[in-house]
Write a protein of this length. Structure first.
Length: 202
């Protein structure tokens, strides 16, 4: 009985969030838990699967014609921020965990696969500034975007930074504090700044 009451309270909370925000929030699954503030434009979409959770003190920002998909049983833990703007799409697969105080910002496309574990204080960015031309002042720097793709069954350690244009293969492990600047193969174990492959899972 207690379990049923808990599920009912969770469903009612999510239902009233939907009424409050408007049709931009599409709760496709059951027992979805949203315990944070959502900032969603009228043409943005948040699509959530069964039993997905967005915990307290997180912030979700979805701009015009942008999308955020959160798969079933996935969790955005407290204090994190996910931003999808400028027509971007962020796709988080099922059974994936996004840890405390993570920052995911997309201006193009970020994809995170199924059964991934992303530890706390991780940053994933698909846009950045170019500084190659010394004749252009840093105050007038150019901004460019490149999609980021993280496969399934990937472990990302504490404080990792993943930069634009990177693909991380299925089953890869990235050690704490690494800065990922280039593609990492499937089942690789990588550490350092910049991240380098030191071994492979067997």
């Amino acid at each position: 009985m207690q379990r049923f009451i808990k599920y009912l309270a969770t469903w009612l909370k999510s239902f009233f969030y939907k009424l409050k925000l408007n049709a931009s929030v599409i709760l496709t699954g059951r027992w979805v838990s949203i315990s944070t503030k959502l900032i969603i434009s009228k043409s943005g979409k948040l699509i959530i699967g069964n039993k997905a959770k967005i915990n307290e003190y997180s912030r979700i920002i979805i701009g015009d014609v942008s999308r955020l998909y959160i798969g079933k049983n996935s969790c955005i833990d407290w204090g994190g921020e996910i931003t999808s703007v400028n027509g971007a799409v962020v796709n988080i697969g099922y059974n994936s965990y996004i840890g405390n105080h993570c920052n995911i910002r997309s201006d193009e496309s970020i994809s995170i696969g199924n059964n991934c574990h992303i530890a706390q204080f991780v940053s994933i960015l698909d846009g950045g500034y170019k500084f190659k031309n010394k004749k252009v002042s840093v105050s007038r720097k150019d901004y460019e975007t490149k999609s980021v793709n993280i496969g399934s069954d990937v472990w990302i350690g504490v404080g990792v930074v993943i930069l634009p244009g990177v693909t991380i293969g299925d089953g890869a492990v990235v050690g704490a504090g690494a800065v990922v600047t280039k593609n990492l193969p499937e089942f690789s174990v990588s550490v350092g700044n910049p991240a380098c492959v030191i071994s492979y899972r067997k």
